[in-house]
Design a protein around this ligand. Structure first.
Ligand code: F0G
Length: 433
């Protein structure tokens, strides 16, 4: 018998691990991958994971598979598709901490993954499962990053990939990746939420494996963001973990990871999770304000195109995370997102707009007294600065509608004249002082 099963989070119905299924066929609930941790207790220790740090050998050279016992313990390793991902930096950022109103802030940069976003951690889990199941074709609807990751991992693992893009606002870096890595890309005259419905229907009809975050094997991989943060903090628990919320896959994975780490004794207390949504794409925030009694999908609009999502599929798992971690949901405006991004960028770290929710949200929660000045906070940066160059350049040239560049770094124009260039540089240095 396999040591892992799929289980419905609502009715508890179980399915064998090799079933091609995304939601419970009895009640429609979301599925969890559940592992038999009892039989693995002796190997799930700090020492096991610490001994693999710096490994040059697959699969433990991956920041996902280093925690294999927590991700997919009994998988046949010949099926694993890894680039390898993870092993991303945890930056100590005192100047940004001060701006946010706290003493200790770390930023975990998931944009340092092979395709430039955290999706690679989920995709290694999902594409590996596609191979376990013998699926030849994999697909997703995407605001961009999932598509880049799917296309890359499919190519790497010898599978075919298919991407459904929305009609508007695909960041160029992401579209370029999906096309370059060889995915069949279809731009559909619909938004992300509709495309997610469509990809599930088409995949069902044509026997294609869906790798959006409704797929629970994606979330198993994304749990490793939490395990890696804890390990980088020498298994000390921060007070808060703050992340952007779109389709709520990360939020769901983080809750499950923390719950498991706590139950297995890897940490001795739970941190709080704060999920930050853009004001124009905030269905979880609205629901949180009503104690999760109501939930209403919405039409989404935000400059942070990665999280332009109005009907997140993982809503029930995100609610569970907030309850497990005694967490909160906050919203931030596009102005706050772009200003926070400019400050992260100016540290030399950089991120795409959606990622900046973590810093903007931390500051807001601190102003409200929810995060205390002496709390240790880890913010998640989900995507690389190069993913959305238009947003960056338009901000700094102050040409974004309804957004003012509070921290502009203007592009100067000059004739090829030493005098003129010198004048510009002297002025620029004076302004910097
Ligand atoms: N940040 C970035 C950079 C993203 O690409 C996404 C999601 C999120 C945050 C939100 O994460 O869905 O786990 O709450 N991007 C998806 C995509 C939807 O298609 O690339 P979530």
């Amino acid at each position: 018998m396999s040591a892992s099963i799929l289980q419905c989070m609502d009715c508890g119905q179980q399915y064998p691990i090799d079933t091609v299924i995304y939601t419970c066929s009895h009640c429609g609930g979301l599925l969890d991958v559940c592992h038999d941790f009892d039989s693995l207790k002796d190997s799930i220790t700090h020492d096991t994971f610490d001994a693999r740090l710096g490994s040059l050998n697959a699969p433990y050279n991956s920041g996902v598979w280093r925690y294999k016992e927590l991700i997919y313990p009994h998988v046949d390793e010949t099926h694993i598709v890894s680039r390898p991902e993870g092993n991303t930096n945890l930056y100590h950022v005192p100047r940004l901490a001060q701006w946010a109103g706290i003493e200790t802030l770390f930023l975990k940069h998931e944009g340092e993954n092979p395709t430039g976003s955290f999706k690679d951690r989920g995709m290694t889990g999902g594409v590996t499962q596609a191979r376990v199941l013998g699926m030849q074709r994999i697909a997703c609807a995407s605001t961009g990053n999932t598509s880049a990751s799917l296309a890359s991992y499919a190519a790497h693992g010898g599978l075919e990939s298919i991407v459904f893009f929305q009609n508007k606002q695909i960041a160029f870096g992401k579209l370029a990746q999906a096309i370059a890595y060889g995915a069949t890309c279809v731009q559909i005259n619909a938004d992300f939420d509709r495309n997610l419905e469509l990809v599930r229907e088409v995949a069902d009809k044509l026997g294609i494996y869906v790798l959006n975050s409704i797929n629970p094997f994606r979330l198993e991989g994304q749990k490793s963001i939490i395990f890696e943060i804890l390990q980088q903090l020498r298994w000390q628990t921060p007070d808060w973990i703050v992340c952007p919320g779109g389709n709520l896959g990360n939020s769901s994975a983080f809750g499950k990871a923390l719950q498991e780490a706590y139950t297995l004794g890897l940490i001795d207390r739970m941190p709080h999770l704060a999920i930050i949504q853009a004001e124009g794409a905030n269905p979880l925030y609205q629901s949180f304000r009503h104690d999760f009694d109501e939930y209403a999908p919405m039409h989404a609009e935000t400059i942070a195109t990665a999280i332009k999502i109005g009907n997140p599929v993982n809503y029930p798992k995100a609610v569970r995370t907030i309850k497990w971690t005694d967490g909160v949901v906050e919203q931030v405006s596009d102005q706050e997102i772009m200003d926070a991004k400019a400050l992260i960028d100016a540290q030399g770290i950089g991120c795409e707009p959606a990622s900046a929710c973590s810093l903007a949200g931390t500051r807001k929660l601190c102003e409200q007294g929810i995060i205390q000045a002496n709390d240790t906070v880890v913010g998640i940066l989900t995507g690389h600065v190069l993913k959305d160059p238009d947003a960056t350049i338009n901000y700094h040239s102050n040409s974004l509608p309804d957004i003012t560049a509070t921290y502009p770094n203007k592009l100067h124009q000059a004739e090829p004249s030493v005098e003129e260039i010198s004048r510009i540089l002297l002025n620029a240095t004076e302004i910097a002082r």
